[in-house]
Each structure stands twice: as structure tokens, then as C-alpha cells.
Design a protein around this ligand. Structure first.
Ligand SMILES: [Zn+2]
Length: 209
């Protein structure tokens, strides 16, 4: 999933006044932020296989460090400890840890059964990506809900709306554009999610009224 993860961050931001939207995007996308780094380091692997599912040309056959449930738990604990140090509050840290784990749940919904529980399996996946139409309906609905929750009672700056537009364009480009030419290009372009985190930090400056 892509937009669905950001949707969780957008919606959750409303209920955690201490925590910036940037921190939320960092949490809900933490394992996808780390994934290209592990790919480039050769510690995880992906294959470009058009037709793998209707929605994505990627065969995620080896990503246990970032995308297994135990991996997610470890990353969630690490982020919670870091957030506890930053915000001095478990009240801010624990929801962010939940955000890290929400990534795994949403990926299980969208992937074919390739999402590991433990590094060697079992593998789960409900296969939403087998239908382009269903994927678009679910992700756009989640994203719309997230944007609604975030913006209700708040007047976000133009930089926020530009971020929303760029996320939508990136999503539709990945959905309907050509598959990436090779894994290195894929990994480098996946690093763009780091930019979205920084952008969200910067754009999230209007308080709830
Ligand atoms: Zn993921």
C-alpha cells in the first residue's frame, strides 16, 4: 500500500497534538523508508516481474528485516524509545509505535501472500492488489478520510495541499506508469518517501482551532 499508509498518519495526527505530521509519516512509513536502504545494501531483495499482481510489477520475495511482523515489532519499539526521548511522553511514543505496526497490517491487506510473520514465514497477504479497481477504491477512500480528518478545523497552508497533490501524482504514476527499469532505480526512487516525511514536517504548522 502507499496512500493508505499516509492516510493513517494524516488521520492520527488529529488525535495527537504533540506529534507532528512528519513524525506520523516517519512512523507509518518507517519500514518503507528503510526498505530501499536494505535493498541498496543487498540485505533484502525484490524482483521486477510485470504481471505479478494486477497493481504492482514487483515480486517482494525477500524483505524479512523490514516487512516481517517481528521486524515491524522491533522497528516499532526502536521508534517508540526514540519518540519517548524526544517528546518525554509515552502518550506520544506509543501511538507512533502503533503507526509503525499499522504498516504491516495494511501491507497484508494489499500484497499477495508474501508478507512474512517471522523471517522464514509463514507468509500472509489478502491480495487487494489483484484488482486495480479495488486497490484504487480502498486507497483513495482511506486517503480521502485521512485528509478530511487532518483538515477538519484546521486551515493548512498551500505547502500541505501541494504535498497531497504530489502524493496522489506519485501514486497514480506508479499505478499506471511503466515498471521501473531495474532494482537500483526502484530503490533510489523509493527514497523519495524521505522527502515526503520532511515535507510533512514543514507543511504541518497550522494548529487545530
Ligand atoms: Zn511496505
Amino acid at each position: 500500500m502507499f496512500l493508505g499508509h499516509f492516510a493513517i498518519g494524516l488521520g492520527a495526527r488529529r488525535y495527537t497534538p504533540l506529534v507532528s505530521l512528519g513524525a506520523w509519516f516517519l512512523a507509518v512509513q518507517l519500514v518503507d523508508l528503510l526498505w530501499p536502504l536494505f535493498l541498496l545494501a543487498g540485505a533484502e531483495h525484490v524482483r521486477i516481474a510485470p504481471g505479478m499482481t494486477a497493481f504492482t510489477p514487483l515480486d517482494f520475495y525477500d524483505y524479512p528485516i523490514t516487512h516481517s511482523l517481528v521486524g515491524g515489532l522491533v522497528w516499532a519499539v526502536l521508534l517508540a524509545v526514540a519518540a519517548r526521548g524526544t517528546y518525554r511522553h509515552w502518550r506520544a511514543a506509543l501511538p507512533l509505535a502503533g503507526g509503525v505496526l499499522s504498516h504491516w497490517v495494511l501491507d497484508v491487506i494489499s500484497h499477495r501472500p508474501d508478507v512474512p510473520v517471522l523471517p522464514g514465514g509463514p507468509y500472509l497477504g489478502l491480495g487487494l492488489w489483484n484488482s486495480v479497481a479495488a486497490t484504487l477504491v480502498v486507497e483513495l477512500a482511506l486517503f480521502g478520510g485521512g485528509v478530511y480528518l487532518y483538515t477538519r478545523g484546521r486551515r493548512p497552508p498551500l505547502s500541505f495541499w501541494l504535498l497531497i497533490a504530489v502524493l496522489l501524482i506519485a501514486y497514480l504514476g506508479a499505478a499506471f506508469g511503466p515498471p521501473p527499469p531495474d532494482v537500483t532505480t526502484l530503490a533510489v526512487s523509493a527514497l523519495a518517501v524521505w522527502v515526503f516525511v520532511a515535507w510533512a514536517w514543514w507543511a504541518d504548522r497550522t494548529p487545530l482551532r
